[in-house]
Design a protein around this ligand. Structure first.
Ligand code: FAD
Ligand code: MG
Length: 340
């Protein structure tokens, strides 16, 4: 009798140990593994990678947030979004998803001497770049849409905006960065995630709870869609790239791309093919990458300095200019490009 009790007790102890081991391994897999996911939103490819406790749940929440923020708030391509309603009604009241950033966007527009202009939706539609209807508009058509564009024609106070007839607000140049800032404060900083890399098209968030943690980020080769021409090694922050290779059409050997000079209404001709901005803020990195592309390397570097950002400019000849803070953090990996 005694013998059989001893055996039973041993069997129970063994079972408990096995269950505990399986439980620990399962819990570890569930909460401490590195997770990644990818999906499409904002008409771009999005990848989320994170490490830390509960990261799968947080990534699911972030994916839902990005889709909701795009479709219900920022997108001017979806009729029921907040921006579309404001465009259709000539104004309205912003929710916090926009009003929290709007003063900064207005300021960047002013500080860039209008190079960053989020009122060019009608101009983008006129050119149709990236669609089947892309065409070179007439000067008269361009003048007529520019007449209704420009942030100086907006009336904005306490979250209420009013815009002139014909103006179309377009957050295409800053929306991915705004989403990254929202994700950081509303999800990552409230989670137990220790490290994350979130890539929303040309805008990337690098996040870590470890001081001085480093990340490597490739800068896309403007001539090759699936290749990098340089690698940056930086600490946490946001990296955004704007390039003339992203959306364009060619006619008579001329490339017409999607980043417009608001002063002319034509694709910006600043001698650059790509600008990368490294900033603490996603909104600033995204808006400035567009602004600096329009301004060119010299004025762009001055604007980047004003916002405490670092920048990489690639010109049409393959020369790469880098601001001081990135000089020892960049490695050119393609012989067709030369660091100045
Ligand atoms: P960026 O340089 O960051 O932005 C360039 C874009 O900003 C241009 O495409 C134009 O829209 C605008 N722009 C041009 N010149 C200027 C300027 N001087 N100042 C300010 N803005 C300027 N695209 C679609 O085709 N269909 C969609 O349904 C769609 N939905 C979107 C939803 C959201 C929320 C966002 C943020 C973007 C959406 N886009 C959509 C646009 C698309 O994702 C990219 O914004 C576009 O491809 C260019 O982004 P980029 O990062 O390459 O360039
Ligand atoms: Mg941008």
């Amino acid at each position: 009798m005694k013998k059989s009790v001893g055996k039973t007790a041993k069997a129970i102890i063994a079972a408990v140990i096995v269950i505990a081991i399986i439980g620990t391994v399962f819990t570890y897999r569930l909460y401490s593994r590195e997770f990644s996911s990818s999906f499409t939103a904002m008409d771009t490819y999005i990848t989320l990678k994170a490490k830390g406790v509960g990261c799968k749940d947080t990534l699911d929440e972030v994916e839902n947030f990005v889709k909701d923020y795009s479709d219900n708030v920022l997108s001017r391509h979806i009729e029921t979004s907040e921006v579309s309603k404001i465009n259709a009604n000539g104004g309205g009241t912003f929710s916090s998803g926009i009003s929290d950033y709007f003063d900064l966007l207005l300021e960047i527009s002013r500080e860039s001497d209008g190079a960053f202009d989020f009122t060019l939706g009608a101009l983008s539609d006129l050119w149709g770049i990236g669609t089947e209807n892309a065409k070179i508009p007439t000067d008269k058509e361009i003048k007529s849409v520019l007449f209704c564009s420009g942030v100086d024609k907006i009336f904005y106070k306490n979250g209420k905006i009013s815009i002139p007839e014909g103006m179309s607000i377009d957050f295409g140049a800053a929306g991915k960065g705004m989403a990254l800032d929202e994700i950081k404060t509303k999800y990552l900083e409230k989670s137990k995630i220790s490290r994350a890399v979130f890539s929303l098209g040309g805008s990337i968030l690098l996040y870590s709870t470890k001081e001085n943690d480093t990340f490597t980020v490739g800068i896309r080769n403007p001539d090759e869609s699936n290749d990098y021409m340089a690698v940056l090694t930086v600490n946490e922050g946001c990296v955004s790239t704007s390039g003339s290779y992203e959306r364009y059409f060619e006619e008579d050997g001329v490339r017409y791309h999607h980043i417009f000079d608001p002063k002319t209404g034509y694709p910006a001709q600043s001698g650059l093919v790509s600008v990368t901005i490294y900033s603490e803020s996603g909104t600033v990195s995204d808006a400035l990458s567009t602004a600096c592309f329009v301004l060119g390397a010299e004025k762009g570097a001055a604007l980047a300095k004003k916002y405490n950002c670092e920048a990489v400019f690639i010109d049409t000849e393959g020369f790469v200019t880098v601001t001081d803070g990135l000089k020892d953090k960049i490695e050119i990996t393609n012989d067709n490009y030369t660091l100045r």
